[in-house]
Design a protein around this ligand. Structure first.
Ligand code: UD1
Ligand code: CA
Length: 456
């Protein structure tokens, strides 16, 4: 029979060291609150019952955690008296009765399903407490794992550790699986007689052993247990997350010439055979179909890029940009909330907003859809295989028919039917032989100025 599990996420900390107006678990990694990454890891370990212990910014933290399939119930920890005290804030949920209790921290967003699953497996083998540990070259500040004959004897918090204990490099990652039937009894026995005067969850190890129970540690990669206490750690976690995700995408068939310069969002979807050149930033909500190329220095968010489309260099795609297969949006172009049809080209220095561009149309350099009148937004519709000459202002709402031709430099304020040619500019005048006359006059003016200056 499948074992039931309750995960308790501790996120009630003050985040003092972040020096921030908001709780640290709300700070984003890859564009999404840290806490949401933790909830995701639980979901991928098939854990759906989640108790969230909140303090500061309780409402916002709860909202950020409530996503995906998990059922998240929040508990307020009013005073912040330590990690064991925090777990007991979720007493009501624990009392529902679970086989496994899994305590995780809201500030370790790189955690994956693997160590969580491993900890539960070891619990199922008959251990009472399973702690997830990691080896590190810099153990300072962490609780040290004291191991003998494969059993975990104790976790010693840094502040309470002896010189000898501080030399131990095997540390507590802060994640703990506890026998759910014994948890409340064990937690109730924890006191606060330590250097910080807090109720330490880590005391559970010695308590369970004193009652004849068994505790062990399971090792996980240091990276997954990196905690976020400062802005500098926030940046390192972001860097690790980006490395991990780029690697996954490359293994899935995405090419990146300089992966370390490509920035992804938590939900960026890049299909097989997509090529991403250096210095590209993906904001949230981007999906790129196979064979598309994102040239260097492009910034893309909320956009769908069809198969074989070419973007950039230096393109900006904003939310609602939908590029058809084999279309092209070239340098210094901005596209917002617009469909670009299959094979259509928007090559240079153009703004397309609130528009539909039909398949095969060509939008000349410097074309602007004037979509905003200062109060309302209006739509521009361009048919298929139309040609818009350079430096054209399309004053929306306006419609250009299929195969229509618009002369360069036009200001188009009225609809252009299919197959029509439209100009919207002053007609050109030519005056034969007039250039030498003008030039003579300019030379005379220049000479007069020079003479006046010499006389000063
Ligand atoms: C804790 C562990 C330490 C471990 C380290 C790993 C204890 C006593 N120590 O130390 O062994 O090596 O994590 O990162 O458990 N929290 C609350 N309410 C409280 C106190 C804490 O919700 O009253 C939350 C915090 O928001 C945080 C987590 O619990 O998410 C850990 O607390 P923190 O104070 O960061 O513990 P550490 O000193 O890092
Ligand atoms: Ca911490």
């Amino acid at each position: 029979m499948e074992r039931t599990c309750l995960a308790i996420i501790l996120a009630a900390g003050e985040s003092t060291r972040m020096k921030s107006a908001m709780s640290k678990v709300l700070h984003p990694i890859a564009g999404r609150p840290m806490i949401a990454h933790v909830v995701d890891a639980l979901a991928s370990a098939s854990i759906s019952d989640v108790a969230l212990v909140v303090g500061r910014d309780a409402e916002a933290v709860t909202a950020a955690a409530a996503h995906g399939a998990a059922t998240v119930t929040s508990f307020l920890q009013k005073d912040r008296l330590g990690t064991a005290h925090a777990v007991l804030a979720a007493r009501q949920a624990i009392e529902n009765g679970y086989d496994d209790l899994l305590v995780v921290f809201g500030d370790t967003p790189l955690i994956t399903a693997a160590p969580l699953v491993a900890a539960r497996e070891r619990l199922a083998e008959g251990n009472d407490v399973v702690v997830i540990g990691f080896q590190t070259a810099e153990p300072s500040g962490y609780g040290r794992l004291i191991i003998e004959d494969g059993e975990l004897l104790a976790i010693r918090e840094h502040k309470d550790a002896s010189e000898e204990e501080r030399r131990i490099t095997y540390c507590n990652g802060g994640l703990m699986a506890i026998d759910g039937r014994k948890a409340l009894d064990l937690l109730g026995r924890i006191g606060n007689g330590n250097a910080k005067g807090e109720y330490y969850l880590t005391d559970l190890v010695e308590i369970v052993r004193s009652l004849g129970g068994r505790a062990i540690a399971v090792e996980a990669p240091e990276e997954e247990l990196t905690g976020c206490n400062t802005r500098a750690e926030l940046a390192s976690i972001e860097r690790l997350w980006q490395q991990r995700r780029r690697h996954e995408l490359m293994l899935a068939g995405v090419s990146m010439i300089a992966p370390e310069t490509v920035f992804l969002s938590w939900d960026t979807e890049l299909a097989q055979d997509v090529l991403v050149e250096p210095n590209v930033v993906f904001g949230p909500g981007v999906c790129v179909e196979s064979g598309a190329v994102i040239h260097a220095f492009s910034y893309v968010e909320g956009a769908h890029i069809g198969a074989g489309a070419l973007v950039g260099p230096f393109a900006r795609l904003r939310p609602g940009a939908d590029l058809g297969p084999k279309s092209k949006v070239g340098n210094f172009c901005e596209v917002k909330k617009s469909e670009i049809g299959a094979g259509a080209k928007v090559n240079h220095l153009t703004y397309i907003g609130d528009a539909f561009v039909g398949a095969g149309s060509n939008i000349g350099a410097g074309t602007i859809t004037c979509n905003y009148d200062g109060v309302n937004k209006h739509v521009t519709r361009i048919g298929e295989n139309a040609f818009i000459g350079s430096n054209t202002a399309l004053v929306a709402p306006v419609t250009i028919g299929d195969r229509a031709l618009v002369g360069g430099g036009s200001v188009i304020t009225e609809d252009v039917p299919a197959d029509a040619v439209a100009f919207g500019r002053a007609r050109q005048e030519v005056k034969p032989g007039r250039a030498p006359v003008l030039r003579e006059r300019y030379e005379a003016e220049k000479a007069a100025r020079k003479k006046a200056k010499a006389a000063e």
